[in-house]
Design a protein around this ligand. Structure first.
Ligand code: GCU
Length: 344
C-alpha cells in the first residue's frame, strides 16, 4: 500500500515538476481559479493537518473565487526534501518542512537545530514568537526561492529504542539511531556516542521493523501516528531538541500576491499557527496515553545533564562557524533566562 502511494506520489510530483518547467506554477482550473497545493508528511490526525484545514477554510472563505487550496498529507507529494525542491521550483505552492532539513538549504537554520538550545518549551515558544529572532532567519531563504511564512510546533525530540531503554550515554553507545538528514543531527549523534543513520521520515517504520535501526528520536506522535511505538517499547525523555516545523511558500507566488491578498494570507498563516499549537498539547497527551496503554511503550526520565554536557561544544562550534548568528543566539538566552528549565 505504502509502495503504491509512493509510486502515485512520485508520478504526481513528476507531473508537477513538468508543470513548473512549463512556467505554469500552481495550476489553474477551468473556472480560472488557481490551485494552491500544500504538501506535508504527517497523517490527517496530526495537528499540522488540522491547522492547514483551518488555513484552507479561511483563505477560501476570503478569496475562494481566486484560489482553491488542496492539501496533500502523508508524503503524497514526496519526502520533505523532495517537497522543498518542488516548492522552490513552484511545482507546488507551499510545504511543511522540518527546520532540520532547511539547514541544508540555508546555513542560518542551523541555529534552531542545536541540541539543548531552548531551556524549556516556554522559552522555545517565546523565541519562535519573537520577530527579532525568526525574522532574520526566515528572510535568509529568499535567495533559495522560498519564503518561510510561519512555524509549527513539533514538541521535544527524545530517543526511542527497540530493545533497551536509553537511561545513560553508555546505553546509546554504538546503537544505530535514525536522525533527520542534517549535518547538525549527525554531529549530535557523534558526540552522544550513537551511530547516526540519516533517512527520510517515511522510511523509518520499515527500517525499524527490519531492525536495520536500533531506534530513532522524535516527539511522542511518531509512536502512535507513525506506528513506531508498535516496534519501539522504550521512550526516554532526553529532551535533546525542540525543532520547529516551518511552512514555506514559493517565492514567486508570495511576491505575486497583491497587498490585500498578502494581508489575508498573513492572517491565514496566523490562524494555521494558532490552530496547530492549540491542538498540539492534547495530541501529545493522547499519543502518550495510547502508546503506554495500547502499544505497551515504557516512558522514562533519565538525568539529562550528561547528554547536555556531551553536546555543549556544538553551541561554541556554531557561533564560530556562523558569527552572524551570535546576536540571535543571545536573544534566545534572554528567553531562556525568563523561562528556565524548572518553569515547566
Ligand atoms: C517530526 C516533524 C516532521 C519531521 C519528522 C522527522 O515529525 O514534525 O516535520 O519530518 O519529525 O523526524 O523527520
Amino acid at each position: 500500500m505504502k509502495k503504491i502511494l509512493r509510486t502515485a506520489a512520485l508520478a504526481l510530483a513528476g507531473a508537477l515538476a513538468l508543470t513548473a518547467l512549463s512556467g505554469c506554477s500552481g495550476g489553474a482550473s477551468a473556472s480560472g481559479v488557481q490551485i494552491i497545493r500544500i504538501g506535508h508528511n504527517q497523517s490527517t490526525n496530526h495537528p499540522t493537518h488540522t491547522g492547514l484545514l483551518a488555513f484552507e477554510e479561511y483563505i477560501e472563505g476570503e478569496l475562494g473565487d481566486k484560489y482553491d487550496i488542496q492539501i496533500f498529507p502523508s508524503e503524497l507529494l514526496g519526502s520533505q526534501n523532495e517537497m522543498v525542491q518542488l516548492t522552490q521550483t513552484g511545482a507546488i505552492t507551499f510545504c511543511v518542512a522540518s527546520n532540520s532539513l532547511l539547514e541544508t538549504f540555508s546555513d542560518n537554520y542551523t541555529l534552531f537545530n542545536l541540541p539543548y538550545l531552548f531551556a524549556s518549551p516556554e522559552a522555545y515558544h517565546a523565541s519562535m514568537d519573537d520577530p527579532n529572532i525568526v525574522g532574520p532567519i526566515f528572510e535568509s531563504t529568499m535567495q533559495a526561492g522560498f519564503e518561510a511564512v510561519t512555524w509549527l510546533d513539533a514538541g521535544t525530540r527524545n530517543f526511542y529504542t527497540i530493545n533497551t531503554p536509553i537511561e545513560t550515554l553508555e546505553d546509546l553507545r554504538g546503537l544505530k539511531i535514525r536522525v533527520q538528514q542534517s549535518p547538525t543531527n549527525v554531529r549530535m549523534m557523534e558526540l552522544l556516542g550513537g551511530s547516526a543513520t540519516p533517512m527520510g521520515f517515511g522510511d523509518v517504520y520499515t527500517a525499524l521493523q527490519s531492525q536495520m535501526l536500533d531506534g530513532a528520536e522524535n516527539n511522542e506522535l511518531a509512536l502512535t501516528d507513525n506506528g513506531h511505538g508498535d516496534i519501539c517499547k522504550y521512550y526516554s525523555y532526553t529532551m535533546h531538541q525542540m525543532i520547529p516545523d516551518i511552512l514555506i511558500g514559493n517565492l514567486d507566488f508570495m511576491e505575486g500576491l497583491s497587498e490585500e491578498e498578502r494581508a489575508i494570507f498573513d492572517e491565514g498563516f496566523q490562524i494555521l499557527n494558532q490552530t496547530q499549537r492549540d491542538a498540539w498539547e492534547t495530541a501529545v497527551e493522547e499519543a502518550k496515553e495510547k502508546a503506554e496503554n495500547e502499544q505497551g511503550v515504557n516512558f522514562s526520565y533519565p538525568d539529562i545533564t550528561p547528554f547536555q554536557e556531551a553536546v555543549a561544544p556544538m553551541h561554541q562550534e556554531m557561533l564560530e562557524d556562523y558569527p552572524d548568528l551570535a546576536p540571535i543566539y543571545e536573544l534566545i538566552q534572554e528567553h531562556n533566562a525568563e523561562y528556565p528549565a524548572d518553569s515547566q
